[in-house]
Design a protein around this ligand. Structure first.
Ligand code: FAQ
Length: 312
């Protein structure tokens, strides 16, 4: 087929809101864009296990420990579906992992902040998973089939994560004055980094134009950030906590909140590798990868043996 005809077919599929599948023709830049986004999403899930993993041994009760373990395992599962989705685009798992460990590929800025108290676990579930869902609900309708399908299950699990985080915050906010103060301190530290998760403002977002054109993203960074603020501020009020933004005010004409500007200098610093925990996070992943070498070797030996027996 002529390239232009292939391109017309591709555009027509997008126009009809049909998904693009691994064996379909796609423009090179569409493929590259997806590999970048899906792999960074996968890395975020895997690195995202670390801040909460830090509290598994110190969870305040057996129930809390079981829930947190399940949540952190879910994030590992999300990473695996997403790596598999990225692999359907013609890149290997080894290449993807190497891009993470050499610092070539990004992962979400949010996971470069430390989890200092138990309330941080509540704040991550409520705010970080809350922001993740806001973004991922739209990705269930993303144009690349394997990514869209992975998102359906991921969204179901993230919504349980969000509720468990909110419940932790609710219990702390109703507890002793010290517990309430700990919950407020957590929201003070996690609020702005959560808003940064949606990425730079629309006019400073170089990838958005193609993402929208190709129906990879269906809503812009700023639109999703606004929806997140509108949804989350009343949730904070219900449990008696406040959002650390002196510019926050309800705007009746837009039926949404006006809010302050995140510290974009901090954001760019964190994604350049200079956040509070970037070095620790990569060191932890590098160590885990090295310690898992024997598992990969054993799995490979098993696969080789099976192939050999199949040939006989
Ligand atoms: N952190 O042009 P844009 C989770 C980079 S949820 C780091 O606007 P785009 C669940 C961006 O990559 C978190 N880097 O880019 C969980 C680009 O750099 P590049 C993960 C960021 O792609 C919860 C540059 O800035 N979710 O893990 C960030 O159109 C709890 C310019 O930006 C996803 O990945 C950032 N926050 O929009 C797990 C969702 N923002 O690549 C454990 C899928 C931007 O050109 C515990 N991803 N950058 O070198 C997306 O929707 C998009 O990729 C955005 C960025 C919205 C993240």
């Amino acid at each position: 087929m002529e390239n232009s005809e292939q391109e017309r077919n591709f555009d027509a599929k997008l126009e009809r809101n049909e998904t693009i599948e691994p064996k379909d023709w796609m423009p090179d830049n569409y493929r590259k864009h997806l590999i970048r986004q899906i792999s960074q999403h996968a890395h975020s899930e895997i690195v995202g296990m670390l801040p909460e993993g830090n509290w598994i041994t110190r969870a305040p009760s057996l129930r809390r420990k079981m829930v947190l373990l399940a949540k952190v395992q879910d994030e590992g599962g999300h990473g695996l579906y997403l790596y598999s989705a990225a692999e359907t685009l013609g890149i290997t798992r080894e290449e993807l992992v190497s891009q993470l460990l050499t610092g070539k590929a990004k992962y979400s800025s949010i996971f470069n902040y430390p989890t200092l108290t138990w309330a941080d676990i509540g704040a991550i579930g409520w705010l970080v998973d809350g922001a993740a869902i806001m973004n991922q609900v739209m990705l269930q309708r993303t144009s690349y089939g394997p990514y869209a399908r992975a998102m359906v299950r991921i969204c179901k699990e993230e919504s349980f994560h969000q509720r468990q985080g909110y419940e932790i915050m609710m219990v702390l906010a109703k507890g002793s004055p010290e517990q309430k103060a700990m919950a407020q301190d957590a929201i003070n530290r996690w609020w702005w980094p959560s808003l940064m998760m949606f990425g730079p403002t629309d006019e400073k977002s170089p990838n958005s134009a193609n993402a929208i054109k190709w129906k990879i993203k269906r809503e812009s960074n700023d639109q999703l950030r606004q929806k997140f603020v509108n949804q989350t501020v009343p949730q904070a009020e219900i449990i008696g906590l406040t959002v650390p933004d002196k510019d926050l005010v309800w705007n009746e004409s837009k039926k949404g909140y006006d809010f302050g500007t995140p510290d974009w200098e901090e954001f760019y610093n964190v994604i350049a590798g200079n956040g509070p925990c970037n070095k620790d996070r990569l060191a932890a992943r590098t160590k885990a990868h090295a310690e898992g070498a024997w598992v990969r070797e054993a799995a490979q030996a098993f696969a080789d043996k099976r192939k050999e027996l199949e040939v006989i």
